[in-house]
Design a protein around this ligand. Structure first.
Ligand SMILES: [Zn+2]
Length: 266
């Protein structure tokens, strides 16, 4: 639930860096005045839709969460109790459920095999809390069942972290030094973050499907509550789609910068 914030941070930092690069790679003749130097229209063409999509998704998940946080569930089960039941019925008694501060900070930690639920989920018997708790339990079940997309994602985490940070600087170095090969290496390194965002999609969709199935089959939710859970988890899913779209658009922007540089060298 919490990955969107880090994506927003990266996108913001990239914004500052690439605007400078976009200006520096432009032929001198196009700089009509001081303003154009720091304004790359292509940057907005590529980045703005992704950012707007992410803001929309984030707003939607927050409003849906707030709406269903106010709807109590008939079984009077808190998020912590829901997670415990889903985990136990999957034979995961050893996975602990803990409380974590913040809003929508819920996550499953695969290293310590602990499920952490935020204040508004852990101790609140709402429809939203049930859905989110069951979703996080779904991640613990994926981990225990060696769900392949989750394993692939975990495997590329170290290179993704290095790649997405280093990639931007390698790209900028390549553009400033007019070295297309170096710039393409930078694009490739950043592309790892896009692959990560892509692999996140099946992992998140599958966790939500497991959650809805577990809640329905155990009889913890009635039909109306099941629909509420589906709305909360559906809204959360859009944030991951938006993150991937924003990452892909950023990648395409970088590709356009490098191909533009390569063309101007011919
Ligand atoms: Zn998730």
């Amino acid at each position: 639930m919490r990955e969107i914030d880090s994506t927003m941070r990266v996108t913001g930092r990239v914004a500052a860096l690439t605007t400078a690069v976009g200006a520096s790679t432009r032929p001198a003749g196009q700089k009509k005045d001081g303003t154009t130097m720091f304004f790359d229209p292509m940057y907005f063409v590529f980045m703005l839709p992704g950012l707007l999509f992410m803001l929309w998704a984030q707003h939607r998940v927050k409003s849906t969460y707030q709406k269903f946080s106010k709807v109590p569930n008939d079984a009077h089960l808190t998020g912590a109790q829901t997670a415990r039941r889903v985990l136990d019925s999957a034979g995961l008694q050893q996975v602990a459920v803990e409380r974590v501060p913040g809003e929508l900070t819920d996550h499953y930690d695969p290293r310590s095999r602990v499920l952490r639920l935020s204040d508004g989920v852990y101790s609140v018997p709402s429809v939203a809390a049930m859905g989110i708790a069951a979703h996080e339990a779904g991640h613990a079940i994926q981990h225990a069942r060696l769900y392949a997309p989750m394993q692939w994602r975990t495997a590329i985490v170290p290179v993704t972290n290095i790649g997405s940070n280093l990639g931007i600087f390698v790209l900028i170095a390549g553009l400033l030094l007019a070295q297309p090969t170096l710039a393409w290496v930078g694009v490739g390194l950043f592309g790892l973050a896009t692959v990560f965002a892509l692999l996140t999609l099946p992992v998140e969709f599958d966790a939500s499907n497991r959650a809805k199935q577990a809640l329905a089959s155990s009889g913890m939710v009635n039909v109306a509550e099941g629909k509420g859970v589906a709305q909360v988890l559906g809204a959360a899913a859009w944030t991951y789609v938006a993150s991937f779209a924003a990452s892909l658009l950023t990648l395409l922007y970088y590709v356009s910068l490098v191909t533009g540089m390569s063309r101007s060298q011919e």
